[in-house]
Design a protein around this ligand. Structure first.
Ligand code: NAD
Length: 251
C-alpha cells in the first residue's frame, strides 16, 4: 500500500504503544516517518526498525516542539501528516490530586499538543513540492483524545480534563485551519493494551473489556489503522471529528 507515498509524517511519542503502531502503519502506507521520543537514542533505534527517522523531544517543552517540526521540514522538505500522540496519564482521586501533577498533565497533554498543531499548521500551510514532485499545500493532523474525555472516569479527572481539551482543540483547529487545506481530527480510544494502561488493576481492565460491546480491550494497531485512515486521502472530506475507537464502549 502506498497511499501516503511522497508524504512526510511526524509522530510524537512514537517509541512504543499507539505511537509506535501508528508510525509503523504510516511507514507501511509509504510515508517518510519521523518519530520522536524523550530519549533521542531510543527514538533513533526504534525509528530504524521501521525504516523511519528518530528525534529526541520532550513535548512538555513548548518551544522544543516547534524546533522539531522545523527540523523535520528542513530535513525532509515539508510536513504532510502530524500525529500528536505523546501523552501521560497520572491517576489519582480528586482529594489526592497535587498541583504539580495537574501542571505536568496539562503541559504534556494540552500545551504539547497545541505546540505541535501550531508548528505543523505553519509548515503545512506553505506551498511545496513533495518527494514525488507533486505540488502540495495543506495536510492532515490527528490528535489523541480519549473516551474518558467525553464520559469522565473516577480517579482520572485531570487526565480526562486534558483529553476533553484535546478534543476541543481538534474541533477548533479544524475550523481555523480548514480554509488552508489542513484537516484536524482526533481519535478517542477506549482502553488499549499499552504501557499506559498496564498500570491499571486487572479487575478494572477486565471490567472495561466486559463493558465494551466487542467484549475485549483494544490493541495499538487497531487505533493506528484509524489514524492512518484519517491521515490519508480516504478521509479528505473529514475534519473536526473526534472518532471513538473503543469497541463500542458507552458510559
Ligand atoms: P504509552 O505510555 O505506551 O506511550 C506514550 C508515548 O508518549 C511514549 O512513547 C512516551 O515516551 C511518550 N511521552 C510521554 N510523555 C512525553 C513527553 N513529555 N515528551 C515526549 N514524549 C512523551 O501510551 P499509549 O497508550 O500508547 O498512549 C498514546 C496516546 O494515546 C496518549 O496520548 C494517550 O493519552 C492516548 N490514549 C491511550 C489510551 C489507552 O488505552 N492506551 C486510551 C485513550 C487515549
Amino acid at each position: 500500500m502506498s497511499e501516503l507515498a511522497g508524504r512526510v509524517a511526524l509522530v510524537t511519542g512514537g517509541t512504543r504503544g499507539i505511537g509506535l503502531a501508528t508510525a509503523r502503519a504510516l511507514a507501511g502506507a509509504g510515508a517518510t516517518v519521523v518519530l520522536t521520543g524523550r530519549d533521542a537514542a531510543r527514538a533513533e533505534a526504534v525509528a530504524k526498525e521501521i525504516g523511519g527517522h528518530g528525534l529526541g523531544l520532550d513535548v512538555g517543552d513548548f518551544d522544543a516542539v516547534g524546533a522539531v517540526v522545523r527540523r523535520v521540514v528542513a530535513d525532509h522538505g515539508g510536513l504532510d501528516v502530524l500525529v500528536a500522540n505523546a501523552g501521560i496519564m497520572e491517576n489519582a482521586l480528586l482529594g489526592m490530586v497535587r498541583a504539580d501533577a495537574v501542571r505536568r498533565t496539562l503541559d504534556v497533554n494540552v500545551a504539547g499538543t497545541v505546540a505541535a498543531v501550531q508548528a505543523a499548521a505553519r509548515a503545512m500551510a506553505r506551498r511545496r513540492t513533495d518527494a514525488d514532485g507533486v505540488p502540495r499545500q495543506g495536510g492532515a493532523i490527528v490528535l489523541l483524545a480519549s473516551v474518558v474525555g467525553t464520559h469522565g472516569a473516577a480517579g482520572q479527572a485531570v487526565y480526562a480534563a486534558s483529553k476533553a481539551a484535546v478534543a476541543a482543540l481538534a474541533r477548533s483547529a479544524a475550523r481555523e485551519l480548514g480554509p488552508r487545506g489542513i484537516r484536524v481530527n482526533a481519535v478517542a480510544p477506549g482502553v488499549v493494551r499499552t504501557d499506559l494502561t498496564a498500570v491499571l488493576p486487572a479487575d478494572v481492565l477486565d471490567a472495561q473489556a466486559a463493558a465494551a460491546p466487542l467484549r475485549r480491550l483494544g490493541e495499538p494497531e487497531e487505533v493506528a489503522d484509524v489514524i492512518r485512515f484519517l491521515a490519508g486521502d480516504g478521509a479528505r472530506y473529514v475534519t473536526g471529528q473526534v472518532l471513538g475507537v473503543d469497541g463500542g464502549l458507552v458510559p
